[in-house]
Ligand binder design. Structure first.
Ligand code: ATP
Ligand SMILES: Cc1cn([C@H]2C[C@H](O)[C@@H](COP(=O)(O)O)O2)c(=O)[nH]c1=O
Length: 210
C-alpha cells in the first residue's frame, strides 16, 4: 500500500503521521515512513533549496522541475524498492501537493503537472490519501506558534486559500482514494477520526490479500 498524507501548512500532518505509523506497525504492517520533498540525501538537499528563504524570486517552473527531480530520486531510491519488497510506504506529501501548491497556488497549468507526473512516476499513484483540512488561519496560527517560517509559509493568505481549495477539489474528484480529516478539531477528535481511517486501511489490506 502506498499511502500519502496531505494538507496545508500547520494542519498537523507531522503530528499525526507518527501516530498512524505506530498504529499500523502495531498491527503487523512493515512500513517505510518518508516525506517530500526529500526522503533521500540528495532529495533532502533539493528540499533545502526549495524551503530556504531567499532574495531571488523562484521561477515557478524552476520550482516545479526541482520538485519532480527530487521525486524521481525518491521514487527510485526509496519508494519503488520498498513497495517491491512488500512494505507499505507512508509518505508525508506527494504529487497532490504539486497540484495544490504549484498549480493551485502558483498558477501553473495542471496539464504541465500531469505530464511531469506521467514522465516521473509512470503508473505509480497513491492507493490512499489522507487530507488534513483546516481553515487557512487555523493552520497558519499553529505554524507561527511552532517557530520560524520557511519560504512557502511566508506566502500570502490567498495563496494558501487556493492551495486549500485545490486539495478539496482533488478530494472530491478522487473520493475513492481520499479521506478528508477535519484538522481544525482538537487533537483528541482528530485521533479518533484517524483511528477509523487506519482500521479501514487495514480492512482494505486484508481483503486484498485474501
Ligand atoms: N488538532 C490540533 N490542535 C491543536 N494543535 C495542533 C493540532 N494538530 C497539530 N497541532 C500543533 O500544530 C503545530 C503544527 O503541527 P504539525 O507540525 O504537525 O503540522 P504540519 O501539517 O506537519 O505542518 P507543516 O506542513 O507546516 O510542516 C504543532 O505545534 C502541533 O503540535
Ligand atoms: C511535495 C511538495 C511540497 N511543497 C511544499 C509544501 C510545503 O510548504 C513544503 C514542505 O514542507 P512541509 O514541512 O511538508 O510543510 O514544500 C510543494 O510546494 N510542492 C510539492 O509537491
Amino acid at each position: 500500500m502506498f499511502i500519502t498524507v496531505e494538507g496545508g501548512e500547520g494542519v498537523g500532518k507531522s503530528t499525526n503521521i507518527d501516530y498512524l505509523q505506530d498504529y499500523l506497525r502495531n498491527h503487523g504492517v512493515e512500513l517505510v515512513l518518508t516525506r517530500e520533498p526529500g526522503g533521500t540525501a540528495l532529495a533532502e538537499q533539493v528540499r533545502e533549496l526549495l524551503v530556504q528563504q531567499r532574495e531571488e524570486k523562484f521561477d515557478p517552473l524552476a520550482e516545479l522541475l526541482l520538485i519532480f527531480a527530487a521525486r524521481a530520486q525518491h521514487i527510485a531510491e526509496v519508494i519503488e524498492p520498498a513497495l517491491g519488497a512488500g512494505h507499505w510506504v507512508l509518505c508525508d506529501r506527494f504529487t497532490d501537493a504539486t497540484y495544490a501548491y504549484q498549480s493551485g497556488g502558483r498558477g501553473l497549468d495542471p496539464d504541465l503537472v500531469r505530464r511531469m507526473e506521467t514522465l516521473v512516476q509512470g503508473d505509480l499513484r497513491p492507493d490512499f490519501t489522507l487530507l488534513f483540512d483546516a481553515p487557512v488561519e487555523v493552520g497558519m496560527e499553529r505554524a507561527r506558534n511552532r517557530g520560524s517560517l520557511d519560504r512557502f509559509e511566508l506566502e500570502e493568505i490567498q495563496f494558501f486559500e487556493r492551495v486549500r481549495q485545490t486539495y478539496l477539489r482533488l478530494a472530491r474528484e478522487s473520493s475513492g482514494r481520499f479521506r478528508v480529516i477535519d484538522a481544525s478539531q482538537s487533537l483528541e477528535c482528530v485521533r479518533e477520526k484517524l483511528h477509523t481511517v487506519s482500521t479501514e486501511l487495514l480492512d482494505c489490506w486484508s481483503v486484498r490479500h485474501q
